[in-house]
Write a protein that binds this ligand. Structure first.
Ligand SMILES: [Zn+2]
Length: 308
C-alpha cells in the first residue's frame, strides 16, 4: 500500500466511524425519545382514567368563575364557560361579575341578565365604593331580592379598599338582611387590604355575615388558616391557588380541611385560571371522600344554592 492509498484508507475509516457514532447517537436518542413519549402517554392515560373515575362519581360545583375575556359578545362568553364546565364534568357554577359598570367579564347587570333563570349558574355581584356606590347598592338589592344574585363580591387589593373599612357597612347590612355571603379577593398583589388580621376584624365586627376568603390569602395559606380557622363565619374558596405548582400547599390545605371541612369550597377562577388544573388538584388532595364531597359540592350548595 503506497502512502496515498494509506491516507485514503485512514480517511475512510474515520468517516465510517463518524457515521457509525452519529447513527448510534441519534438512534439511541430516538429510542429514548420514543420511550419517554410512550411513558408520558401511559401516565397521562392512567391520570385521565383516574380523574374520570373519581369526577364522574362526584357532583362538582365550581364556585368561583368569571366570564372569559376573549369571546366577542356575552352570549359567546356564556357559551364558552358552559362548554368548559361540561367538558370537565362540572354541573354547576358560580359566576362573579366585575364591579365596573362596563367590563369584558361582565358588570353586575350584564351577569345577572345573562344568567337570569339559569338553574345551574348562580351569580355573585361585584360592587365598589368608588363606582356609583349608592346606585349600585340599590341595583344589587333589587337583584338579591328577586333571587338573581346570591352573593356580593368585594375586590380588596384590586381596588384600594380595606375589608374592615366602615365605608363597606351598607354592603354588610345588605348581606345580613338577605343572608347572602360576602366574597372578597385576598393575597396575590396588594395583600394588605385583606390581610388575615384585617379579615379577622371585619368578620368579628359582622358575626352574622358569612365571609368567603377567595384564594386563601395566596401564597400565605398558613397565616390565613392560622388566623381565621377559629372564626365560624369565614369560608375559604381555593380558586387560583393551583394555577402553578400547588404541591407545596397540599399538606397545609389537607390539614385545614380536616379541621373544618364544612368551610372549604372548590373554585377555579376560570376566566383567568385553568378549571381542569384546579380539579386535578382537588382530586389529588389526600382527604376523606366525605370531605371531598363537601369541598366539591355540598358546601357551595349551602352557600349559593339554598342547600339544593
Ligand atoms: Zn376571581
Amino acid at each position: 500500500m503506497n502512502t496515498q492509498t494509506a491516507v485514503r484508507a485512514d480517511g475512510l475509516f474515520v468517516l465510517h466511524f463518524l457515521i457509525f457514532a452519529l447513527h448510534t447517537y441519534f438512534y439511541r436518542r430516538e429510542i429514548c425519545g420514543f420511550l419517554f413519549i410512550a411513558l408520558r402517554l401511559v401516565r397521562n392515560y392512567i391520570l385521565e382514567v383516574t380523574y374520570i373515575k373519581i369526577t364522574s362519581a362526584l357532583k362538582i360545583t365550581d364556585a368561583h368563575t368569571h366570564l372569559p375575556v376573549d369571546p366577542k359578545n356575552f352570549t359567546e362568553k356564556r357559551d364558552a364557560l358552559l362548554r368548559v364546565m361540561q367538558k370537565n364534568g362540572v354541573s354547576r357554577g358560580v359566576i362573579i361579575s366585575d364591579s365596573e359598570l362596563e367590563s369584558s367579564i361582565g358588570s353586575l347587570t350584564d351577569c345577572a341578565e345573562l344568567f337570569r333563570g339559569h338553574a345551574d349558574i348562580a351569580v355573585v355581584g361585584g360592587i365598589s365604593p368608588y363606582i356609583r356606590y349608592e346606585r349600585q347598592l340599590k341595583q344589587l338589592e333589587t337583584y338579591i331580592a328577586e333571587g338573581s344574585i346570591v352573593g356580593i363580591k368585594l375586590f380588596c387589593g384590586h381596588e384600594p379598599i380595606f375589608l374592615n373599612d366602615p365605608v363597606l357597612t351598607p354592603v354588610y347590612s345588605l348581606a345580613e338582611k338577605y343572608s347572602v355571603p360576602v366574597l372578597f379577593h385576598s393575597g396575590w398583589d396588594n395583600p394588605q387590604y385583606s390581610a388575615p388580621d384585617v379579615i379577622r376584624q371585619a368578620a368579628e365586627e359582622h358575626p352574622r355575615v358569612r365571609f368567603v376568603c377567595c384564594h386563601c390569602c395566596y401564597p400565605s395559606l398558613t397565616a390565613c388558616f392560622h388566623a381565621l380557622l377559629g372564626l365560624r363565619n369565614v369560608f375559604f374558596d381555593i380558586s387560583s391557588i393551583a394555577d402553578s405548582d400547588a404541591s407545596v400547599f397540599k399538606t397545609i390545605l389537607e390539614e385545614a380541611i380536616r379541621q373544618s371541612p364544612e368551610r372549604f369550597i372548590f373554585g377555579s377562577d376560570y376566566g383567568s385560571c385553568s378549571q381542569k388544573a384546579h380539579l386535578d388538584f382537588a382530586v389529588s388532595l389526600n382527604i376523606s371522600e366525605k370531605n371531598r364531597k363537601l369541598l366539591l359540592y355540598d358546601n357551595a350548595s349551602r352557600l349559593y344554592f339554598n342547600g339544593r
